[in-house]
Design a protein around this ligand. Sequence first.
Ligand SMILES: [Mn+2]
Length: 360
Amino acid sequence: MGMKLGLGLYRHMLKPEYYKFARQCGCTHLIIHLATYYDSDERVVTATDAKTNYGVSYANDPVWQLENLLKLKQEAASYGLEIYGIENFSPADWYDVLLDGPKRAEQMENLKCIIRNVGKAGIKAFGYNFSLAGVWGHQKKYAARGGAVSTCFDASLLDLNAPIPCGQVWNMTYAPSNGEFMAPVSSVELWDRLKRFLEEMLPVAEEAGVELALHPDDPPMPELRGTPRLVYRPELYQKLIDLVPSKANKLELCLGSLQEMQSDKPVYEYLEQYLTQGKISYVHFRNVRGKIPCYDEVFVDEGDIDMFRVLKQLKKNDFDGVLIPDHTPLITCNAPWHAGMAFALGYMRAAFQMIEKGLL
Ligand SMILES: [Mn+2]
């Protein structure tokens, strides 16, 4: 038992060289991301704007079939790694759940199949981000220590109302544009869509033995591109917890996003609140400097969060889920993504050992 060290791997990384990298850095667990297929590590970290998004999303991808999930699980296991969770539905599989469109019922049935398959494959967590605008508006700057390239957000540089074209959701394309834009929706209506999703999905997840873990809004702006956001303040995470009570209703706790939020109390108090309720499925362990409307993602040891204090809290509350680095600044070398991740994992591994030895 105890906390587990993991790495998040995108779909193009699900192969031996990345499994070896994760294991060699001390990881025992993986969170995998199947919803998008990037062609390189660079694509994963490239900033987006209103003109370029994260690419095309295809419906009914065979990647979600049970045989494939079992195969991935087995492959990772052969390198000493357990797949703990999968992150994100494909936009093409659930756009009408987000938009309350005509295909909603059909798409819900497919999502239930996916969750049942995830459970049958012995994968414990399923992360999701119930968001229309998704991850959008970031810039790349030399903002981390030593001029390392990192992901930054500055609302003053953006057209915050840039409308979302029809055929796009979560900053991905699921259908060709017809020249029109996403219909306006109120915050109350979007919360209601989330509630209906959870009311239908949580019983299925409970039966399948899967935790549904919600990632908060990134960036945590109250509104973005003319759409409301759901969890953009820490107390809204509690609203999610209370929205549909279930042991499968959990948080994909992104420390970075939480710290970026405007809030009344420091991040540690909210963390304690979620931990004492046993509501954290797994943790995105990253650091940041500044808050909405302007912040820079930075190295794990140089941001506004006292990461050791967070680890002590997790330990005190007997948290036994997985921690993954999330995005990190890129280290200037021939393998910027690998170096950034190895740095974060080394820091986390050292902290874990200090905890084991009673030094933290
Ligand atoms: Mn995150």
